[in-house]
Design a protein around this ligand. Sequence first.
Ligand code: ZN
Length: 153
Amino acid sequence: MTDIFSDVEPMVFKSRINVPYAWWTGETAERFFLALRDDKKIMGTRCPVCEKVFVPPRKVCPLCFHEKMAWVEVSSEGVLESFTIVKRQLAALTRKAPVIFGLIKLDGADTSILHYIENPGHEDIKIGTRVAAKFNEERSGSMQDIACFRPIS
Ligand SMILES: [Zn+2]
């Protein structure tokens, strides 16, 4: 059997693709995004069986599969549970590097959300830092209605 590629030099072609997409959010995400946009409130759902509060909200409890979740408002403040500093300007970044991404566990929630952390100097950021949501003046119904979370302690 002849290898048709035996005389071909292996090459790598580097490029980027742009994949615009849209999808229907569904009623659970829609209610979450409308609360951000219209009321600057962060909503979650609480499972009445295991009592866990999920933010972003879940229609069905991912732990016990209970289907009748209750809506609850959680605080716009919480604790930074983890973070990373992105120094390279990656294609997926919507902001100029360096940026800090953090996992924030809001007061009243049992899960964490991922968002930008505001800190121009970033030397005083540490796990356990208290942070608060900074909402944009103009909001459109997305996670970007929260500009970032800023340290408050
Ligand atoms: Zn549950």
